[in-house]
Structure formats: structure tokens, C-alpha cells
Design a protein around this ligand. Structure first.
Ligand code: HBI
Length: 100
């Protein structure tokens, strides 16, 4: 059972990821990525999806053409955990400048 992040650990973790904001009304974080086109967006989603599934930690996300809206939270923990921070970092790394 994974614990959700709280207090200074949560603040520290959130400070390490750029462009992510807190979701109103639930313990989750969100970010919108904008890629060059659908091919770039969906290619990225495919790569992230396979890594996420391997880690058994899945994003909530929606895609419209070049835009991908992502929400991360850990259902098992009832909030944001280290798993979300790790996935956010991977998403940012693989998004390159689309993640700025
Ligand atoms: N994905 N985001 C997220 N949060 C979870 O708690 C989670 C998940 N994927 C699979 C998973 N939990 C499993 O541990 C079981 O809940 C099926």
C-alpha cells in the first residue's frame, strides 16, 4: 500500500516538476501538453502508456489532435504519491519541449 504525499515531502516533490498544477476539489495534479501535431502527441502517449502499464500506474488523460490533458493521482493512496511524481517526470522528459 502506497502512502499519499503530505506536508513538506509533498511540497518538495511538487517543486521538482514544472508546469503541473493542483486540481481543484481532489488530491491530484494536472498538466496540458501541446505537441506539433497528432502524430507527435499520440506517439508520446503510446510510449508513456507502455511505461505506465509496466509500472502499474495509469494516467487519466484526454487527447484532442496535438493537445494532451493529463491528471495524475494514486487511487490506492487517495492522493498524490511518489508514483505520480515519477510518472510526471517521465512524461516531461519524453515530451521534450512540448512539456516545457
Ligand atoms: N493507476 N493512477 C493509478 N492509481 C492507482 O492507484 C492504480 C493505478 N493503476 C493500477 C492500480 N492502481 C492497481 O494497483 C490496482 O488498483 C488495480
Amino acid at each position: 500500500m502506497i502512502a499519499k504525499l503530505t506536508g513538506t515531502a509533498r511540497n518538495k516533490a511538487l517543486s521538482e516538476i514544472k508546469g503541473w498544477s493542483k486540481v481543484r476539489g481532489r488530491d491530484a495534479i494536472e498538466k496540458t501538453y501541446r505537441f506539433k501535431d497528432f502524430n507527435e502527441a499520440f506517439g508520446w502517449m503510446t510510449r508513456v502508456a507502455l511505461a505506465a502499464d509496466k509500472a502499474d500506474h495509469h494516467p487519466e488523460w484526454a487527447n484532442v489532435y496535438n493537445r494532451v490533458e493529463v491528471v495524475l493521482t494514486t487511487h490506492d493512496a487517495g492522493g498524490v504519491s511518489e508514483r505520480d511524481i515519477a510518472l510526471a517526470k517521465l512524461m516531461d522528459k519524453w515530451a521534450g519541449k512540448a512539456g516545457k
